[in-house]
Design a protein around this ligand. Sequence first.
Ligand SMILES: [Zn+2]
Length: 297
Amino acid sequence: MEKAYFPMKYYNLTQGYLNSSTHQGTYALDTAGKDSGKDAIYAPFSCKVTKKYVKAGHAYTVWLTSLEKVLTANGKKEYLTMMIVHPEDIAKLKVGQVFKQGDLVCYEGKTGNASGNHLHMELGIGACGWHKNSYGIYTIDNAVKPQDYLFLRNDTIVKNDVYKGTKYSFKVDDNSSSIVKYTTTDLNERKGPGTNYPLVNTLLENTAVTVYETNGSWARIEQDMWVSNNFLTTKKPQNYYKSMEVYNCETLNVRQSANNGLIVGTIPVNTVVSVIEVQNDWTRIGQNKWVYNAYLK
Ligand SMILES: [Zn+2]
């Protein structure tokens, strides 16, 4: 049975529901990602889009309902619906569309009443919609406190979990399915699980990567980013490169040198890169290959 997971890689609470004007009478949590950019929101469980609200000038909203009952952090087994508010890029989502757990659903945004990119998240039991509460705020039906029901993956980074003196902490799942492995050779990254998929980048030997799922002899180390699992090991080398992921842009320029050197190529969003050295705003990811830090996380 799947566990229900917090849907982002960073937990950065910006508003809770206690003593909070715009969340009155709700169990809504606002969370920003790593920074002010638009972080990805992943399916918290295998789910179906059950409802969508897209209206100019309003907060765009999408409802994801679990396909089966999921195990919750407080030990229950429930069908859950997550309401995701403020994304800008949900026009392409269709009611009935299915996502596997961990799939990219959309990115944080700031449609409606939002001062910056963030996820306004609410959780309800069953396949539920929303209603207007006595404070005039639209909120999910059958609401429960997200931190009682969702697990945090053990690799999720907690940047802040306190709002107005109240801590909103999630239970960490020490057995979350993602695991850290290390490349045993220079390793090609491809858009899918097979050599027929386009090559996007090469990771250096001894780079740490996070494996989210496997498919045959392939391992997914990011959304739409795969490497051969045959050249990964759980044995930690004495020295290894950390890896980072391209985000907050469609493609990232790769330059011959730091400080806006000649462009020698581009790599798409979600590409995982080896971090060899960092010089001020620039990171070297290979021989004569530099990228700008602001688009890595
Ligand atoms: Zn909110």
